[in-house]
Design a binder for this molecule. Structure first.
Ligand SMILES: [Zn+2]
Length: 572
């Protein structure tokens, strides 16, 4: 309705102007923002100092003088002097529902030593004496030797009940002896497809750590969350997103059980973000003959779960694990052995799935860390384009930690977006202690090839991968430009040829590029007359401060459809 009103209004303005008469004064806006830097993400109108909002829509983008005509007695005016107005950020890879559920369990993400992790778990067990399981998430792989915590360590603090904890990166699980027993994981249990049970070299007994799909051996016995718990988790996670200026989220791996709660929230008008989902593709397909039924299932979900702010735009396929745990799929072996790492799906099944999904017009969202996984994905996209024609959906590959140089120029012609996690692109402790020894210096000199991808014309979209890492886009934007940790002192970039070229490039990744990938750029993603007023106001102008200060900027206001969603207690 508000879109219609805008079209009618602007049509009248045009009619008057065409008659050579002065256009009438516009109706007052509900909200005017003025006096500062505006990043529009609109290539046709890149610079402005002011904008006006009426009926949830942007009705003016321009200068302070022009916006004056939109100020009426009831107009709320925000002075953005010294700050910056931007389109609301788009997080194109985030685990909203799963991460929100994790917020309600034991959080180990701030514990940077094994003793601290175990003390947190002991406290959680003490605080929840009646829960059948002690559960949580967020342990850092680098805290334990070889990223391999043991069941005995966990038994020492939770001896009486099953206990299970996911790692921060979501690719490893840690079980105590009772949890392993509940899943009947023993020396005789074979590694499942796409997973690995860490074992004692002599006895083959499970040591307590499970990689990738082996996690399911234990988690399938966990009591599932209720719809009410999932709804509460989504609301909690979106409130966190709004606090970081995020107005659009792409939930990157959503099982069907979470779609009902999403749709219910949409119908209750309780989704404070535009939400697109990547439906979880069944990675356990045994052969190519099972692909058609799975593609039909995804298509059915796409029809079934859509609403005013909700759509399934993609399906998520995981191809490999993580370099830290040596579960990423590499073209050449890990240092000191002949293992190249597993793929989560047999490559022929994966290729058949991509071919069928592309033909059905369904975007795919691929988890790929290692260079072999990315090669497999690009080969499958190339085959799909060749068979189905070049105009199919825009697919994307997320993470891209290690990409073979020969594959970098393939993204642009195949229209495959590079879904990047800028926050990861510096030489942190895990990189030094786990990744570099595992892949050796030649490959380590090519980690996170953001600059190469940008120069090769790949479309960059930005994602946090929360709850793996922080949802805040500002440090991620900074690190992509500096290749240094946000808290490290200023200094030379790590692998300087891999910095992204400009603040604009990163802001585009988090705004208009994300909106295009999420298929709602007609509605959002730029500050353009006629689009929804999805906006964020920062306290600093990101383009006039030193790049190393970008992470210190704070969100002052977040709006979606012109309604303030952060801070919640301020005027609407
Ligand atoms: Zn993820």
């Amino acid at each position: 309705m508000s879109a219609l009103r805008w079209i009618v209004t602007s049509g009248l303005v045009f009619a008057f102007a065409a008659n050579g008469q002065a256009p009438p004064a516009p109706q007052p806006a509900e909200l005017v923002l003025r006096g500062g830097a505006v990043f529009t993400a609109d290539a046709a109108n890149p610079t402005a100092t002011a904008a006006a909002v009426r009926g949830g829509r942007i009705v003016y983008v321009g200068d302070d003088e022009g916006v004056g005509a939109f100020v009426g007695a009831a107009t709320r005016t925000i002075d953005i002097a010294g700050g910056m107005l931007l389109p609301g950020f788009h997080d194109s890879h985030v685990h909203i529902a799963a991460g929100g559920l994790g917020l309600a369990t034991c959080d180990l993400s701030r514990d940077d030593a094994a003793d601290a992790v175990l003390a947190s778990i002991a406290a959680c067990a003490r605080d929840n004496p009646s829960s059948a399981w002690v559960r949580g998430r967020g342990w850092q792989l680098g805290v334990f030797p070889n990223a391999n915590p043991t069941r005995q360590q966990l038994d020492a603090v939770v001896p009486d009940r099953p206990a299970f904890f996911m790692s921060a990166d979501g690719h490893s699980g840690w079980a105590n002896t009772r949890a392993l027993a509940s899943g009947q994981v023993t020396a005789a249990t074979p590694d499942p497809q796409g997973g690995r049970i860490e074992r004692d070299a002599a006895t083959r007994e499970p040591t307590g750590t499970l990689r990738d799909l082996a996690v399911g051996l234990v988690t399938r016995g966990l009591p599932p969350p209720s719809d009410a718990e999932i709804k509460a988790a989504i609301v909690r996670a979106i409130a966190l997103a709004n606090s970081f200026g995020i107005t659009s989220v792409h939930d990157a791996n959503v099982p069907e059980v979470m779609m009902g709660p999403y749709l219910a929230l949409d119908r209750e008008k309780a989704l404070n973000a535009r939400v697109t989902l990547a439906a979880q593709f069944n990675l356990s397909l045994k052969g190519v003959d099972e692909v058609p039924a799975e593609v039909e299932r995804i298509e059915r979900l796409r029809q079934q779960y859509r609403g005013a702010r909700l759509a399934i735009t993609a399906t998520k396929l995981g191809l490999d694990g993580a370099l830290e745990a040596q579960t990423a799929a590499l073209l050449e072996p890990y240092v000191g052995g002949d293992d190249r790492g597993p793929t989560l799906m047999p490559p022929d099944v994966f290729a058949a799935a991509i071919l069928a999904l592309d033909r059905a017009g369904i975007q795919t969202h691929i988890h790929s860390i290692g260079d072999r996984a990315t090669r497999i994905a690009l080969d499958a996209f190339e085959a799909a384009r060749a068979a189905n024609g070049p105009d199919g959906p825009a697919h994307q590959i997320a993470h891209l930690q290690l990409v073979h140089p020969a594959d970098i120029p393939r993204f642009k012609p195949l229209r495959v977006s590079a879904n990047i996690q800028g926050l990861w692109a510096y030489r942190d402790e895990e990189t030094q202690e786990l990744v570099e020894p595992a892949i050796g210096p030649e490959r380590a000199a090519r980690l996170y090839p953001l600059g190469s991808l940008e120069r090769a014309g790949a479309t960059l979209v930005g994602g946090s991968d929360w709850s793996v890492t922080s949802m805040n886009p500002l440090p991620a934007i900074e690190i992509a430009l500096t290749r240094r940790g946000a808290r490290q002192p200023a200094g030379p970039a790590w692998l300087p040829e891999q910095v992204v070229s400009s603040v604009d490039a990163m802001l585009n990744a988090y705004t208009i590029n994300g909106a295009r990938q999420q298929l709602h750029d007609n509605e959002t993603g730029s500050i353009t007359v006629g689009k929804a007023a999805d906006l964020v106001v920062l306290d600093k102008d990101l383009k006039s401060i030193p790049v190393v200060d970008i992470n210190t900027a704070r969100v002052l206001h977040t709006f979606i459809d012109g309604v303030q969603v952060y801070p919640r207690d301020a005027a609407p």
